[in-house]
Design a protein around this ligand. Structure first.
Ligand code: SF4
Ligand code: SF4
Length: 368
C-alpha cells in the first residue's frame, strides 16, 4: 500500500491509495464512498481475501469466481493483450475462436461456487461482457445467489436502458475502462469507440444509479497513462476531474504494459508466492479453468468446468501442484510463472498490482 496522497485534491483519507509499480488508485471521497452502504460481510470478505493471499491458505473453495461471459470484444484497443494476440494470429486463449459462455454453464458454476462459500463473481476476463446476449439475466442470477457481482466494461454498449436493467438486476461493482480524458487520445487508443457517446453512456449509468438510490454500488474509472511520462501529471488531474464530475467514486491509473517482454531474467532468484492461487479461479468462456488473469496461453490449466465441479477444480492435482510449487519457493520452476510480470513487479516495491497485461487491458490491478 502506498502513501495517502491525492491527485487533484480528491481523496478519502480513511482509505489509502492502492499503489503498485504499474497501477494506483485514488479512493472515493467521503460523499461518494460506497463502503458504508455495504453489509458487514463485505469487510469480512476483503479481510479473508487478504488473509488467504498472505498466508497461502486456499481454504475449501474459491472466494471469488472469474467467469468469462464472452471472449468477444467490440474494440481493438492499442494496449490490450487481446489485440496483441489477435494481430499475431495467436489463438491459444480461445482455441475454437472467440465465443460466449453457455448460460447453463455460468449458472451451474456460479451456483456451486456460492454454495461452497464464494462471495463474488466477475463477469469478464478476455472480452466485453455487455456483448453477451444474456448478460442482464446472468447478473440477476448471480445476485440472487448472494454474490457481489462485478464487471469491467468499456461502456460502449452501455445504453441508458441497459444501465437501469443491470442495476436493477443487482450489479454491485462497475469498472469503466476509459483511456484518456482527451477525445483525440481516447479514440486513438480505444479503436472503434466514440469518446462522446461512451462518456454519455457512463453519465446515464451514474444518473440511473443515483435515481435508484443505490449507494452501495461501487464505480471506478481507469486508464492507462501516456507512454511519455511528461504528459502524465496533467492527464491524471484532468481524468480525476472528469470522472469526479460524473460522480464516479474511484479512479485508477495503469502504466503501459510492454507486451511480449520476457520477465524470466528479472524473476530469477525472487522469493514469491502468487496470492491469486489461494482465492480465485478463472473460467474461460468455453469452460477451461485457470488460476489467474495472466495466463492467456492456457499453460496453467487446472480443470474444465464442463466436466468437473468447482470443488474438484479447486482441489485438482494440477491446482494443488501449482500451489505447492509456489509455497515451496519454486515458482520459477513453472514456465508460465517464470515468464510472468507479476513476481518481479510485486516484489520490486509494490503490492502485486502488475498482472501481465493487467494495466494494459483494463487497468484494474489484480483485485477482482
Ligand atoms: S482493453 Fe478491453 S475493450 Fe479494449 S480490446 Fe481489450 S478487452 Fe476489448
Ligand atoms: S502466471 Fe503469474 S499471475 Fe499466474 S499464477 Fe503464475 S505468477 Fe501468478
Amino acid at each position: 500500500m502506498g502513501a495517502d496522497v491525492a491527485v487533484g485534491g480528491a481523496s478519502n483519507s480513511s482509505v489509502p491509495i492502492r499503489r503498485s509499480p504499474t497501477y494506483y488508485e485514488i479512493p472515493a471521497p467521503p460523499e461518494l464512498d460506497w463502503r458504508p452502504y455495504r453489509s458487514p460481510f463485505y469487510a469480512e470478505y476483503r479481510r479473508e481475501w487478504d488473509r488467504r493471499g498472505s498466508e497461502g491458505d486456499p481454504g475449501e473453495a474459491p472466494l471469488h469466481l472469474d467467469l468469462d461471459l464472452t471472449s468477444r470484444c467490440n474494440l481493438r484497443c492499442l494496449m490490450c493483450p487481446r489485440t496483441w494476440f489477435l494481430e499475431r494470429g495467436e489463438t491459444s486463449w480461445a482455441p475454437g475462436g472467440p465465443g460466449d459462455m453457455d448460460p447453463g454453464l455460468f449458472r451451474e458454476t456460479a451456483s456451486e461456487g456460492a454454495r461452497l462459500g464464494a462471495r463474488s463473481v466477475k463477469m469478464n476476463f478476455l472480452g466485453e461482457p455487455l456483448l453477451h446476449p444474456h448478460v442482464v439475466e446472468l447478473v440477476a442470477y448471480a445476485a440472487s445467489l448472494g454474490l457481489w457481482v462485478m464487471m469491467n466494461t468499456n461502456a460502449v454498449l452501455l445504453s441508458p436502458a441497459l444501465s437501469r436493467d443491470l442495476l436493477e438486476a443487482g450489479l454491485t461493482d462497475v469498472f469503466f475502462s476509459f483511456d484518456s480524458p482527451y477525445r483525440e487520445e481516447y479514440e486513438r487508443i480505444r479503436r472503434g469507440a466514440s469518446y462522446d457517446r461512451t462518456l454519455s453512456n457512463i453519465r446515464a449509468f451514474m444518473e440511473a444509479k443515483e435515481a435508484l438510490g443505490l449507494r452501495y454500488v461501487q464505480t471506478r474509472a481507469s486508464m492507462v497513462l501516456p507512454e511519455d511520462p511528461a504528459g502524465r501529471g496533467r492527464a491524471e488531474v484532468d481524468y480525476v476531474r472528469l470522472f469526479r464530475d460524473l460522480g464516479v467514486a474511484e479512479v485508477g491509473f495503469g502504466l503501459p504494459t510492454v507486451m511480449g517482454r520476457d520477465y524470466a531474467p528479472l524473476n530469477g532468484g525472487l522469493d514469491f508466492v502468487c496470492p491469486d492461487l489461494f482465492r480465485r479461479v478463472f473460467v474461460f468462456h468455453d469452460g477451461v479453468a485457470g488460476p489467474c488473469c495472466g495466463d492467456w496461453e492456457r499453460r496453467l490449466v487446472v480443470g474444465d468446468a464442463r466436466k468437473s465441479s468447482v470443488s474438484e477444480i479447486w482441489k485438482s492435482p494440477a491446482y494443488e501442484r501449482l500451489r505447492s510449487r509456489h509455497l515451496a519457493g519454486a515458482f520459477a520452476e513453472v514456465p508460465a510463472c517464470l515468464c510472468c510480470s507479476v513476481p518481479y513487479l510485486s516484489t520490486a516495491g509494490g503490492d502485486g498490482g502488475g498482472s501481465r497485461g493487467g494495466a494494459g487491458r483494463h487497468a484494474a490491478g489484480r483485485r477482482p
